[in-house]
Write a protein that binds this ligand. Sequence first.
Ligand SMILES: NC(=O)c1ccc[n+]([C@@H]2O[C@H](COP(=O)([O-])OP(=O)(O)OC[C@H]3O[C@@H](n4cnc5c(N)ncnc54)[C@H](OP(=O)(O)O)[C@@H]3O)[C@@H](O)[C@H]2O)c1
Length: 277
Amino acid sequence: MSEHIVFVGAGNMACAMISGLLRQGLAPSQMKALEPLASARNRLKSEFGVESHSESGPFLVQADLVVWAVKPQSFRAAAGPVQPHIQQALHLSIAAGIRSDSICKWLQTGRVVRTMPNTPALIGKGITAMYACPAVTEADRMLAQRVAASTGEFMWLGDENLIDAVTAISGSGPAYMFYFMEAMVAAGTQMGLSADQAYQLAVATFCGAGELARSSSEPPAELRRQVTSKGGTTHAAITSLENDQVGSLFIKAMRAAHCRAAEMGLEFGDTPTPSAE
Ligand SMILES: NC(=O)c1ccc[n+]([C@@H]2O[C@H](COP(=O)([O-])OP(=O)(O)OC[C@H]3O[C@@H](n4cnc5c(N)ncnc54)[C@H](OP(=O)(O)O)[C@@H]3O)[C@@H](O)[C@H]2O)c1
């Protein structure tokens, strides 16, 4: 890749992407960041050799791609000072909830790719869903795709509304997995294991089950059936989960994440203009 990339916001997700791009062979000099926090700027320099600035300025002109990695509530305020310095760049947003029509308006361009990564990006095992606005060219898509691929898998979506569903599944998903692990560790310690032992067992089980699902052609329901013999231990646990309607409660929780993503678009973005039909 020969392009220059500017990150607006250099927090956790931006660092995951920078680290992935360096692993792919991008030179530190091909990346810059705009980041108000001195500690984050120091980390970029010491850990990745990437220069950063505390304020918007002419350094932005050379950007071929601007990655928007600020919190959703900071996006609008961050866009104002950046927009006048950007000429020909493609814009890639990772902000939850913020719709592309708001981003296009704030940045005065149609070349916007909206994405939703997740935190396993930190170790190159993320998955990023991507939506391209109509003005995004094929070359733009390839560039956005290469950046997403630096942190793991990616998928394109044809409908922007689905990004909120992705946010509820894979964006927030790692936290659900950690939540289940916490419960497994708590149960393990109640049953006499040490916290370390229970944690090791829980993590290995999550990773192993994930890899098994990935390598199998069977759906999860069948994989579960294969290890659930009637009257056995797994059957006892699954029956207890089903009696307590844990599956339905889990779907309800994910719907809450989905609603919140849509709400954030309205709260921190611009109200969509109704189409003139
Ligand atoms: N973390 C996740 O699991 C995850 C998953 C998918 C998507 N995302 C999305 O990724 C985005 C970033 O998340 P994160 O976890 O990386 O957040 P983060 O660690 O808080 O990083 C955001 C950074 O942007 C900086 N910033 C704030 N205002 C700015 C401005 N005007 N110009 C430039 N930089 C500014 C922040 O500085 P201050 O601290 O000084 O405000 C902070 O260092 C969010 O929109 C989130 O929705 C996150």
